[in-house]
Design a protein around this ligand. Sequence first.
Ligand code: ZN
Length: 507
Amino acid sequence: MLHRAENTTTSKHYSLIMKLLVVHVTPKSFEQVLEKVKKLNKKAGPFDHICFIGNLEDDAYPKDVDTTGLPTLYLIGNNKINDCGENIISLNGFGLYECLDRLVIGYVTEDSKQLAASKNEVMELFKKTDAPVDLLITQEWSSGMSRLTGEFYGNDALDEVVSTAEPRYHISYGDNKHYCESASFQWDSTDRVSRFVNIADIDSKNKWAYAFNLNLEGSSQEGASDSQKLIENPYKLKPSKRKMSDGGDNKDIQTTQKKIKTILPSACHFCFTNGNFEDQMVISIGNFSYLTIVKGPLTTPRGEMNFSGHCLLIPIEHIPKLNVGQDDFANSDLVKEMGQYERSVAKMNYIKFDMSTIVFEINSERSIHFHKQIMPIPKFLIMKFKASLERHVNFNNERQTNNAKLNFEEYLIDSEDYLKIRNDSKMNYLQFTVYETSEAPAMVYIAKFQPDMRLDMQFGRRVVAFMLRLPKRIKWDSPVCHQTKEQETEETANFQKGYKEYDIIKS
Ligand SMILES: [Zn+2]
């Protein structure tokens, strides 16, 4: 039940900040509310989207609704309205609606009884989509929210929906007598910030309309500079959930660091000698390194590219970082070959698929087996790289107090200053390489760190996910990123087909 407005083109440029209005109607109040909304639209608008939520009944709904001067209206409520009129869309039950300007509305207008029956389907829908849900409208409250306020009955199934959707705004019409608004709270896995609002209906004496601005680009880490206003995530207060969240990022990092010395090539995922090595994923094998598709790709097929394009470039030798003090490292065959591979993929992305390329790598003596992540980026999005990097650096440095502080320096890939860092085997650093085109020399962004400091292992994916507006794909093991073995095999075959004429190893 994912509906998309027709003629959607991702390259079309719409304003990223939109004005929204949500009003709570009752069966007989629609015309009265519509008149008030028209006035509001003149006074406080114009709005980009207006949602009417609540209990609308088909037989009480007026004929010939005049929407002159108003944007598309959404009727989101308990019942489906047939023939609701031009420029009006009726949504009910549960589903996701992607508007022309990329705003994504999720809705669950079912009551507890209906939800008990459809819960699995609802969850499947919300789990499957990788579109970030901007606005989630539900009839009922989630249990998380009722625990927070202690006032209203909540539904457990909606906790799961909200935790999966991580909507920027969760708006409910379950309590028709009162208006309430929660402070913002954050999700660990994606850094997204959510806020809950319950709107009273027009017949109450309370606030029945809620107007707000939504910045589609601000989908993660909004409020990062304003930490006092964030409250603890109410969906994590359940004991069972807390247990799960303790297994998050930081623990991953700690265990990875502890395990380092004990992971031998025979157990390493990137070593051929590992008995479980997954060769259905290998794209090309050179003399010193190889290219493979990635488990749980961040990017998704786009345009002419019928595969995700996210790949890994890995030295065959089990080394934690590229430079471990090899003899004549700068002129070594490994460095030459990996450079050739990297440029050949960037060339394919650019020439064949009209894409720029970002390469991310962590050079740390505490890593297990060094690798570079190579990701295609639509050309029109590559200019967002610096802003995304800056945003995530600020977040890392100001909010994540346990993480190594990052300070990126910018170099041309063939500059002496950069090569000096790369050729020093004592250096530990994060690196992004940005190939805007495949001809001009790439730009390199480097942040050095002390190897005993904690690192955000997802940093590279976070920066790119933000550029592509794919917050749910930050972690490779998120359900939306999962691919079956068959899909992986197909991805590899499609990649090989596209890459054939660029492969540095001619078959
Ligand atoms: Zn290895």
